[in-house]
Design a protein around this ligand. Structure first.
Ligand SMILES: [Zn+2]
Length: 203
């Protein structure tokens, strides 16, 4: 007979943040390994290739779908597989779990006690390079407006302030300028690799 702890802590269902989400199916104590981030183990070169392909697709579909996680120096995990429920966990600026690599497994760990029925969320930890491509709609009181690792928040706040001030004082920009800015920003986006940074810092 299975013990209580063999039963899953989570369930997948419709989220108010974005499409599907992952929810606590029962009360989860702080520190629990809730579920692991599953997928294919791939080399860094393959990871870069897939990351760019996923970004290209998300540019077409409008979905922010990059599922690559740093596992170690040599390998990443591509979690874009149907048996990886953790890929459906939404980003939030007010996370109740975080990704940690424990003996080669990427675990989502409860940062606090999580009551049954609560949606799980973690900070994807994207770096500042591609912040404009990832607006955040998590709805948290402390939402900073973009999907960016917390360590970059002070810099992002300064950037946003500067931009606000510039927008207030500037007339319409030169169209040629705008075009070159757009292509530069696309190039930066292609270098981005999604959740990888989070997993690295959780190590
Ligand atoms: Zn947010």
């Amino acid at each position: 007979m299975p013990t209580v702890t063999d039963a899953p802590w989570h369930i997948v269902r419709q989220s108010s943040i974005h499409n599907l989400g992952v929810f606590a199916v029962r009360d989860i104590p702080k520190g629990t390994r809730i579920l692991d981030y599953r997928g294919h183990k791939i080399t860094k070169a393959e990871s870069t290739r897939r990351g760019n392909a996923q970004l290209d697709e998300s540019a077409v579909t409008g979905e922010g779908a990059v599922y690559l996680f740093v596992l170690n120096k040599r390998y990443d995990i591509d979690g874009n597989v149907p048996w990886n429920d953790a890929r459906l966990i939404n980003h939030t600026c007010n996370p109740n779990c975080e990704a940690q690599i424990i003996r080669g497994t990427i675990w989502l760990i409860a940062l606090r006690d999580i009551p049954e029925g609560t949606e799980l969320g973690f900070n994807y930890g994207f770096d500042l390079e591609t912040w404009e491509d990832h607006p955040c709609r998590c709805g948290s009181k402390n939402c900073i407006g973009y999907i960016v690792g917390k360590e970059y928040w002070p810099r992002l706040r300064r950037l946003l302030k500067k931009r606000q001030a510039a927008a207030a004082s500037l007339a319409a920009p030169d169209p040629e300028d705008e075009a070159s800015q757009a292509s530069a920003s696309r190039k930066r986006a292609l270098k981005g690799v999604g959740k990888k940074d989070k997993a690295t810092s959780g190590k």
